[in-house]
Design a protein around this ligand. Structure first.
Ligand code: HEM
Length: 163
């Protein structure tokens, strides 16, 4: 008589694993071809990169940005399980590129990268808000903040994937 509940419990666990074991980074869910509709064009000089503090400034900015993302209850669930080193390194390279810094072109496929999680407009705006706070905390001038955000904001077309 005790066998049926045990079997049911085992089946429930398997089902839960199948659902919850799928992490945001689950590659299997994503089609190979998901081209971005927006590709940022870096500025022709490095004044924005310098205003962000160059490489060391970006490393500090991204480290602080990540801490703030994890401290924000709206956003922590998205970033909790994301590989810290890879996230920080890639974000530094991306910010370096879009600000005119001396970074090798790394192919960031924003649409495909973010397709593993549901991201609505409110979540996108929350990330931008937290980035602004991190920029403020680093003492980045308002004009430079706006220039960086102008490079990144159109990415909402590829990153926001649910209403
Ligand atoms: C302009 C806004 C954004 C930019 C520039 C951006 C950029 C990036 C970059 C460069 C990475 C790391 C790339 C890599 O590991 O190859 C990343 C990963 C990630 N981002 Fe964003 N992102 C933005 C908005 C968002 C938003 C709004 C969310 C969710 C609320 C989000 C959630 C994530 C997650 C979960 C990952 C890890 C993905 C994975 O490893 O599978 N991002 N993002």
């Amino acid at each position: 008589m005790t066998k049926l509940p045990t079997l049911l419990r085992a089946l429930t666990c398997l089902w839960a694993l199948a659902l919850c074991g799928a992490t945001p980074a689950d590659e299997r869910k994503r089609p190979d071809q998901m081209p971005d509709s927006y590709i940022p064009v870096p500025p022709s000089d490095d004044t924005l990169y310098q205003a962000l503090g160059g490489r060391q400034g970006l490393i500090r900015l991204v480290a602080d940005f990540r801490i703030r993302l994890l401290a924000d209850p709206r956003l922590a669930p998205y970033f909790r399980d994301v590989d810290e080193t890879q996230f920080r390194e890639r974000l530094v390279v991306q910010f370096c590129e879009v600000s005119g810094g001396p970074c090798k072109q790394a192919k960031h496929n924003m649409k495909r990268l973010h397709s593993g999680v549901d991201i609505n407009k409110a979540a996108f705006n929350a990330v931008v808000e937290v980035l602004q706070q991190a920029l403020d905390a680093q003492g980045v001038a308002f004009h430079a903040q706006n220039r960086l955000l102008a490079q990144l904001a159109p990415m909402h077309r590829d990153i926001v994937n649910v209403r």
